[in-house]
Write a protein that binds this ligand. Structure first.
Ligand code: UDP
Length: 585
């Protein structure tokens, strides 16, 4: 264990961050009392991850020096690894990845194995994704008993119940993704599975669409349903009718989402190892069966040079510091793979073969506020592309540097990168939702616009946090417009779109998720996707009065723009929303 230096600067975190960390992240004694502070936590993580450096003789870093650097980037809010790393690094559990995909075979043994493996992963704070597409359809024959099969949706229910019973090692409840191919004979039952509120609450469901299906939608043609067990056609459906029902369900409840399977597989870096059939729970990480991936996010709001006034907003981005943090973050995430203890040997093997990591961003909306760039502007889209291209390029450079020191990922010679310079990681970039990380770092989440300029946030166990956006507060104060009455009014509605007494530049800059058109949401997702190895977590928020045609347009546009999937959410369509506007709730 690397000794904690005496002169280490203490971690300076917000009240909200302290609340979140003390609930689920700090280590506790047998009576449930916290036995570490924020500084202890970040040192535990920094030192455990830097310790791995000792394995590599060619490293340019001393582990002690690296531990201090990792500590500093985390405590200064530049970068955070995903929650399981914060919770479990340097602890006996030692499972550090947020994302897993498990195969579900077409036999009772394989199905219940998957449930057991998922339980083990949930216990450690990871989320699991499954494709149910290999399970034979309802009412088809079961050879060994002569009975009839119950089909994917009935097994999905067992996965859901199992998840319900396992609280994640005292950390969080397991999140799941359930995927079914559009040409599975039980697809209609799957599309309707979440029709009743309260059904399958531990699952996000997504339908895997193929390009063949999308072409059939365009042409209004029928398409074949294929039984996965026999490979035989089991009837046909009209593609346009199925697509319309999908859109309708998404309009009613947001479920199911869609993923574009061919596009995901076109980016599969190791196609010789098989096809990707599922993503992790929030959709940002497509993985092969038994693969896991650890994520980390850079807080972009920290890379704006203060008081740099220029019409060219890119000049106000501190590219040099960003490059340094990208290289450190890639080293950190690669070390996480070595430090992690996986719940299953098969997973450990697979992870060490491809060494996937997922570096992404958070605080993008805050960065735009600091630069006074409206989220729904052409310049914001250009900046998004520029930043992600930079992270992708430098992230790959960092991974190549690591390959020189440590060797390429073992499957490199059979990967799509085999003709280029060796890489240490089969994938480097992913954009995560950063639901909790963004609270810890005190920034806007992922690449999302902010939900409201002032709002109440319900987090774990019914706790409620009230937050006012600090950039908004500063902007108002600098124009001498800040009053308590105004803040009350903003808290009630969340947005200032209708406050025409405020200056135009303030109303243009401080836009919220609800002020932005669905198309602008999606274009931002596509801008980030363009330079992301894996996928982008993004919700296309729609107002309550959005129409079914709006969703139809968004689904088709997501396909045309090259997104790997899309999730829509129409305001107010579900009770118990995580984020609520209004102070009176
Ligand atoms: N995740 C999970 N349970 C949760 C939240 C997240 O299993 O309650 C997993 C899931 O795979 C998700 C990933 O963690 O896609 C990243 O989510 P997020 O960025 O919100 O997690 P954070 O690191 O901020 O806690």
């Amino acid at each position: 264990m690397i000794q904690k230096p005496k002169n280490l600067a203490p971690a300076n975190i917000s009240e909200n961050a302290e609340l979140v960390l003390s609930k689920r992240y700090y280590r506790k004694d047998s009576d449930g009392n916290c036995i570490e502070t924020a500084s202890d936590l970040f040192w535990r993580v920094a030192s455990a991850i830097a310790e791995e450096e000792k394995k590599y003789a060619k490293s340019n870093y001393q582990p002690e020096e690296l531990a201090e650097k990792f500590y500093s980037v985390m405590t200064n809010g530049y970068f955070l690894p995903n929650s399981p790393t914060l919770m479990n690094a340097g602890s006996p559990l030692g499972q550090l990845s947020a994302c897993f995909v498990l195969p579900v075979g077409d036999s009772i043994e394989e199905i219940f194995d998957a449930i057991k493996y998922a339980a083990m992963i949930h216990k450690s704070g990871g989320g699991t994704g499954f494709s149910f597409s290999n399970i034979r359809s309802k009412d088809s024959r079961v050879g060994t008993t002569g009975g009839v099969a119950s089909g994917p949706v009935s097994f999905l229910r067992i996965f859901n119940t199992a998840t319900e019973q396992i609280k994640q090692g005292g950390t969080r409840r397991g999140a799941n993704m359930g995927i079914l191919r559009i040409d599975h004979p039980d697809i209609m039952e799957f599309i309707r599975a979440k029709e009743q509120e309260g059904e399958f609450v531990n699952f996000n469901l997504s339908v895997a669409l193929t390009e063949k299906f999308m072409e059939a939608v365009e042409k209004g043609e029928d398409y074949d349903l294929i039984d996965p067990h026999s490979g035989a056609a089991r009837g046909t459906l009209n593609a346009k009718e199925v697509f319309d029902i999908l859109v309708n369900k998404a309009w009613i409840s947001g479920d199911p989402g869609i993923v574009f399977l061919d596009r995901i597989n076109r980016d599969n870096p190791t196609p010789q190892q098989g096809e990707m059939q599922s993503t992790n729970p929030c959709g940002e990480q497509p993985l092969l069966p038994y693969e896991a991936c650890n994520l980390g996010s850079i807080n972009l709001s920290k890379f704006v040079i203060p008081n740099k006034t220029s019409d060219n907003k890119e000049e106000a981005v501190d590219w040099d510091s960003l490059k340094e943090i990208i290289h450190l973050s890639v080293r950190f995430l690669d070390n996480v793979i070595d430090a992690s203890k996986f719940p299953l040997e098969k997973i450990a093997e697979k992870v060490r073969t491809n060494r996937k990591i997922g570096l992404g961003v958070m605080g993008f909306a805050d960065m735009l506020f600091a630069l006074e760039l409206p989220y729904n502007s052409e310049e914001a889209l250009q900046l998004a592309e520029k930043i992600m291209e930079f992270i992708q390029t430098e992230g790959h450079n960092a991974s190549r540097q690591l390959a020189e020191e440590r060797g390429a990922f073992p499957a490199f010679s059979e990967s799509i990168y085999k003709d280029g310079k060796p890489l240490r990681n089969a994938t480097v970039t992913t954009i995560a939702p950063t639901g909790t990380l963004s609270i810890i770092a005190g920034c806007s989440s992922g690449v999302e616009p902010i939900f409201a300029l002032a709002f109440a946030r319900h987090v774990m166990d019914g706790e409620r946090l009230v937050e006012v956006n600090p950039y908004f507060e500063n902007a108002l104060k600098s124009c001498d417009l800040y009053t308590n009455e105004l803040m009350d009014a903003v808290t009630n509605v969340g947005s200032i779109a209708s406050f025409d007494f405020l200056p135009q530049h303030i109303r243009d800059t401080f836009v919220t998720a609800m002020d932005i058109s669905a198309e602008a949401h999606l274009r931002m997702q596509a801008a980030f996707q363009k330079y992301t190895d894996n996928a982008v977590s993004k919700t296309v928020n729609l107002p309550n009065n959005a129409t079914i045609q709006d969703i139809d347009r968004i689904y088709r546009l997501a396909y045309t723009l090259g997104c790997k999937g899309v999730t829509v959410y129409r305001d107010g369509c579900k009770s118990g929303q995580v984020l609520n506007i209004g102070s009176k709730k």
